[in-house]
Design a protein around this ligand. Structure first.
Ligand SMILES: O=C(O)C(=O)[C@H](O)CO
Ligand SMILES: [Mg+2]
Length: 258
């Protein structure tokens, strides 16, 4: 069974953000992820991880003005300086929390735009160079067009091509099974083909983005497939609980504590 990371942005919303760490540990999780830690000091997050014996699997770089609809900066040529600042800020948090993976959101830009493509590649080169000395991977994640209309990285093939083209050892794919199913389907063959370049996996039911096992995919079989493929990374539980986080955990198989 893969090692699951509770997504503290979507799960445990019944508690305040800092209290979600203890609740996730109490529920049996040994790792967590979330979108953004930036409303709290790095030391506060590190303290919650330490106190609850949790590993920080992943979080995102600052995405620009999220409340105003921004969804990342990397493919926005006019925001290159701000993007570089966001890399430095995220690395401060990654070092404090010992996170080994950072998700770089591309932003809203036409996928076919040469200018956006060039900015994106330059941004990824910069992020990977800054993260590499710390043993940190930079992840890129294709997002489906229904949840994230206008997002630059909207295709798994495009992500794989960019990773191959840039050839950076710490640039990896974030394979969100929910987005994969909506964008392309063919999830098992996708995992088989892309696992060598995958640094993180996420799960949610399709189409409602709720608990695994409640949608159109056979999630238990997909977890078995990940075991068969010797996937040793995390599976982030990036779903909105249908009727309470704890009430929806029947699907969850606890990993032995390491
Ligand atoms: O939406 C997702 O699937 C993500 O993982 C991003 O980090 C946030 O949009
Ligand atoms: Mg995701």
């Amino acid at each position: 069974m893969p090692r699951f990371a509770a997504n503290l942005t979507m799960m445990f919303g019944e508690w305040s953000f800092l209290d979600r760490f203890a609740e996730a540990a109490e529920a049996g999780f040994t790792a967590v992820e979330f979108l953004f830690p930036y409303e709290h000091q790095p030391a506060e997050i590190a303290d919650r991880l330490e106190r609850n014996g949790l590993e920080q699997a992943l979080f995102n770089l600052p995405p620009g003005d999220w409340a105003a609809g921004e969804r990342g900066l990397a493919a926005l040529p006019e925001r290159a300086a701000e993007f570089r600042d966001s890399v430095a800020r995220a690395l401060d948090y990654a070092l404090a929390t010992k996170a080994r993976r950072l998700h770089v959101m591309a932003g809203l830009a036409p996928s076919g735009s040469a200018e956006a493509g060039a900015a994106y590649r330059e941004a990824l080169r910069h992020a990977c160079a800054a993260a590499a000395p710390h043993g940190i991977d930079i992840l890129i994640e294709p997002l489906n067009k229904r949840d994230m209309p206008g997002y630059f990285l909207d295709d798994f093939g495009m992500a794989a091509d960019i990773i191959a083209e840039l050839g950076l050892p710490n640039l990896k794919l974030q394979f969100d099974i929910y987005h994969r199913q909506i964008l392309h389907g063919d999830v098992t063959r996708g995992l088989e083909a892309l696992l060598p370049i995958t640094g993180h996996i996420q799960i949610a039911s399709v189409p409602l983005r709720q608990e695994p096992g409640t949608g159109e995919l056979d999630d238990a079989r997909l977890f078995a497939t990940l075991d068969e493929l010797d996937y040793a990374g995390f599976v982030g539980c990036e779903y909105r609980p249908r009727a309470g986080t704890l009430e929806g955990l029947a699907w969850f198989v606890r990993a032995p504590r390491r």
